[in-house]
Design a protein around this ligand. Structure first.
Ligand SMILES: [Mg+2]
Length: 397
């Protein structure tokens, strides 16, 4: 289960380092039933894909790793420090050999009934992070118990719950669902969550002239699990414009809802322009930090017309437009507003657009442009989950 809480690949600007607070037993290594103690090397077993996932997170994301663990009665006769140290050293060495480095390790040795201030979910051991300059809002507690979720709540962070053989039936109470960013069936699910942040967003824009609400899902198959993709519900008060915007969803394989209420009693200008701006802003928001995207897109579809749309979500706005229309209007849409719509989009989405079209049938010509635009978007927003690099040598888009 994935909650609709986006975890950015990079922490907030100026928010300080963010932390992945990681539990040990039942999370990184298998927790034995009955004693819950891993006090010999025979009992040391990593959870499937824990090491490889931690390695990928360490390589690709800007989290600091901090281990936080309750070890009930550590140092007593029943749980000698020496036995623990042997296991802990072996585990940490194995992780270090894979490039997984913890900047801090916090172990509380008390029992639950002691109500010790350092024991999870209390934050006594983590004062440094609370009073320091850390981005706790974008930090995550990763663990297998409700105490881990409660720790996240106490820190003002989010939580990932990992399922294992012992907590399969654990129910998350209502007061903790707020902090739960992911209920993960295994470590692979955790990597998918990190590597593919949601690109399903809503965006609204209101002025004295228009009120526009847009819903955009760039990955409809992953967020809804349903086909067909490319669903749309468009209402701008301008049927021909609606028909063109539907092309973007259909041929771009994206889900799109647009509800626009504009001052059509004056003319169509503000509505078309502001839908262009709002749609551009929505794309900019949905693309996030743009890691893994193809960035570019172009295509040459043909009816009786030839239309070409080249696009680059490179962070700068520019438009080249070579399409002439002889008719004043198509449907209720003034043909001069076609350029204006795409100009508004490229300004707001900070993308380059190069649009050319030739042909005789004016309806076909503009429809071909919208379809080519949709195909270009489809190519450009495509994301390679196995290569979440930024498609730029500049390091920022
Ligand atoms: Mg645990």
């Amino acid at each position: 289960m994935r909650n609709n809480k986006t975890i950015p690949l990079k922490g907030g600007a100026g928010g300080g380092p963010r932390i992945l607070f990681i539990d040990r037993d039942g999370t990184i290594i298998v927790e034995p039933p009955i004693t819950f103690q891993i006090d010999s090397l025979e009992k040391l077993e990593f959870l499937p894909y824990a090491i490889s996932t931690l390695r990928k997170i360490a390589e690709q994301m800007d989290f600091e790793f901090v281990m936080v663990s309750n070890q009930d009665g550590l140092g007593t006769k029943k749980y000698p420090q020496k036995a623990y140290d042997l296991v802990q050293r072996k585990m940490m060495k194995t992780l270090k050999n894979e490039g997984i480095i913890f900047s801090d390790i916090f172990i509380d040795k008390s029992f639950d009934e002691d109500n010790a201030p350092n024991r999870k979910p209390r934050t006594g051991m983590l004062k440094k992070y609370i009073s320091g300059n850390y981005d706790l809002k974008n930090s995550i507690v990763l663990g297998d118990r409700l105490t881990d979720l409660k720790l996240a709540k106490n820190l003002g962070s989010k939580a990932i719950l990992i399922r294992n053989a012992l907590n399969k039936k654990l129910k998350v109470p209502a007061e903790l669902t707020d902090v739960l960013a992911l209920d993960a069936k295994d470590w692979n699910a955790i990597y998918t969550f990190f590597s593919s942040p949601s690109r399903n967003i809503s965006h609204t824009r209101k002025t004295n002239e228009t009120s526009i609400a847009i819903g955009l899902d760039l990955d409809p198959s992953t967020s809804s699990g349903q086909v067909p993709k490319g669903k749309s519900k468009i209402s701008t008060g301008l049927p021909f414009f609606d028909h063109m915007l539907e092309q973007i969803a259909k041929h771009g394989n994206i889900d799109l809802t647009i509800s626009a209420k504009g001052d059509l009693q004056i003319d169509e200008h503000h509505t078309i322009e502001d839908v262009g701006i709002t749609l551009g802003e929505t794309f900019l928001k949905a693309l996030g930090d743009k890691r893994g995207i193809e960035r570019y897109g172009f295509c040459l579809p043909m009816d009786d017309c030839l239309a070409q749309v080249a696009l680059d979500f490179g962070g700068r706005n520019w438009i080249e437009w070579k399409a002439e229309f002889k008719r004043e209007k198509i449907g209720e849409m003034p043909t001069e507003m076609f350029f204006h719509f795409f100009k508004s989009f490229s300004d707001a989405a900070k993308c380059n657009l190069n649009i050319k079209a030739e042909g005789t049938n004016e309806h076909h010509k503009i429809e071909a442009i919208f379809k080519a635009f949709a195909k270009a978007i489809k190519m450009a927003v495509k994301r390679d989950k196995d290569n979440m690099q930024l498609p730029s040598t500049k390091g920022v888009l």
